[in-house]
Design a protein around this ligand. Structure first.
Ligand SMILES: CC(=O)SCCNC(=O)CCNC(=O)[C@H](O)C(C)(C)COP(=O)(O)OP(=O)(O)OC[C@H]1O[C@@H](n2cnc3c(N)ncnc32)[C@H](O)[C@@H]1OP(=O)(O)O
Length: 418
């Protein structure tokens, strides 16, 4: 007889259950399910501070879910506490019986009780998370650069601006990377905090996710010696029939705190002997990258997708945490089926911040909490959402006013996958 979630044990796992939990997670993600003692030891370290849930049917682990504390940068630079969700999997033998719904409900309820302002995740498929109040809040684009077509001078010996570019070893990355990333994410709406475990995993200290191979790490320092950019990249080994090198360099991540550092690092990647293609990795859709090239068409977008999904758990704190593009007032009627944070709110916003209070005034705009997430980080256009029927305009002109307040001059960006 098919069991339902009500018959199952849905709870935090014990330490002894970690190997079975990992096997279920790998199976759900269609990865070879083998789990070694070394994998378990690494995962145990990686999970410190996490909330690791499982669903058990007659004692065997059939679903996995994990959340951990994170900070998400709001527009204007204030970090808000987030419940970051990852490792969501239900075995194909147990799908579509409501197990994810039960796990999500437990985790979001706990996050709300803890005082997290939002929950965050990167969705495997578009249609999974909207029903739980998540909306796509940032997007990502990946460019492939055809290096010979860029028009860049192949004789380039290094930055013209007095800065320098050097290889960096793993120890140095572990030392300087976190500090540079902190500087970046505090000024980048949509960016999330990186844990020590992230850096240890990236640099091979912690091998919790299977195979690891060392990337090339390169730093850009400005003329006065300040570290302003880091890139991690790998290269393949592809040669043409007539022994021409046709290698592709693939960026694992590139973080930069100034346009000069971005320019220099992309220029560097396009100057490596043997490399004829550079794949940029997931960038902001309005990244400067193509316009660093004399011929921007040499960089074509090869992937464009939604990226960070946000579930607002506290409308008042979320709207008060950010800054706005102008001064104005709007009444928002926010529907939240799950009951965490819906209601009618008066938003009185200005360039330095806002107040958001429950109100009895008539609504200017009506929207679902998931739609508010798409507006909150400044990525979406309110008139576009109105045209799609996702935003109800109760007062003529309110969508345009919302756009002027909420949308940002540069699009938000989350550099991380988690
Ligand atoms: C943050 C992350 O970790 S992203 C990774 C997510 N994991 C995966 O994609 C791995 C493969 N997929 C799975 O493991 C599972 O299918 C899950 C986790 C996506 C869904 O788990 P389930 O237990 O089947 O979900 P559940 O039964 O609670 O579904 C709830 C509703 O969502 C719908 N739904 C669930 N998954 C999907 C999907 N992939 N596409 C469309 N609808 C979906 C169900 O049809 C159901 O709708 P209904 O309420 O109208 O009947």
């Amino acid at each position: 007889m098919t069991t339902t979630p009500a018959d199952m044990d849905v709870r935090r796992i014990t330490d002894a259950e970690l190997p079975a939990w990992m096997r279920a997670a790998k199976t759900g993600f269609l990865r070879p399910p083998t789990v070694t003692d070394a994998d378990v030891a690494a995962r145990r370290t990686a999970h410190v501070g996490s909330r690791t849930y499982g669903a058990f049917d007659a004692g065997s682990c059939v679903a996995t879910f994990r959340s951990f504390p994170q900070e998400l940068t709001a527009v204007g630079g204030t970090p808000v506490p987030a419940d970051a969700i990852s490792n969501v999997a239900v075995l194909p033998t147990h799908r579509r019986r409501g197990i994810l719904t039960r796990l999500m409900s437990e985790d979001l309820t706990a996050a709300k009780d803890r005082g997290d302002v939002v929950a965050t995740l990167i969705a495997a498929e578009y249609r999974i998370y909207g029903r739980y109040g998540f909306g796509p809040a940032t997007s990502a684009a990946e460019w492939t650069i055809d290096v010979p077509r860029t028009g860049l001078d192949p004789h380039w010996p290094g930055p013209e601006d007095g800065g320098r570019i050097d290889f960096v070893d793993l120890e140095e990355i572990r030392k300087t990377g976190p500090e540079l990333h902190e500087r970046l994410r505090r000024g980048q709406p949509g960016a999330v905090s990186r844990t020590d475990v992230w850096w240890e995993t990236d640099t091979g200290v912690l091998r919790a996710y299977g195979e690891w191979s060392e990337a090339f790490y390169v730093a850009y320092r400005s003329a006065d010696g300040e570290l302003q950019g880091l890139v991690s990249y790998k290269a393949d080994d592809h040669w043409g029939d007539a022994k021409q090198p046709l290698n592709t360099a693939t960026v694992e991540w590139l973080i930069a705190t100034t346009p000069a550092a971005e320019r220099a690092l992309w220029r560097y990647l396009c100057s490596i002997d043997w490399v004829v293609r550079v794949k940029s990795g997931a960038r902001s859709p309005d990244d400067l990258l193509p316009y660093f090239l004399p011929d921007p068409r040499a960089a074509s977008i090869t992937t464009q997708t939604d990226w960070l999904w946000v579930r607002i758990l506290d409308v008042v704190r979320a709207l008060e945490a950010r800054t706005y593009g102008g001064t104005g007032a709007l009444v928002l009627e926010v529907a939240d089926r799950a009951g965490f944070t819906g209601g009618r709110f008066l938003l009185e916003a200005g360039p330095d911040g806002a107040s958001c209070t429950p109100t009895g005034r008539g609504a200017d705009l009506t929207l679902d909490v998931a739609t508010l997430a798409s507006l909150w980080l400044g990525d979406e256009s309110a008139p576009r959402l109105a045209a799609l029927g996702r935003l109800g305009e109760e007062r003529a002109g309110a969508a345009l006013e919302a756009d002027a307040l909420l949308r940002t001059p540069r699009r938000p960006w989350c550099p991380d996958m988690f």
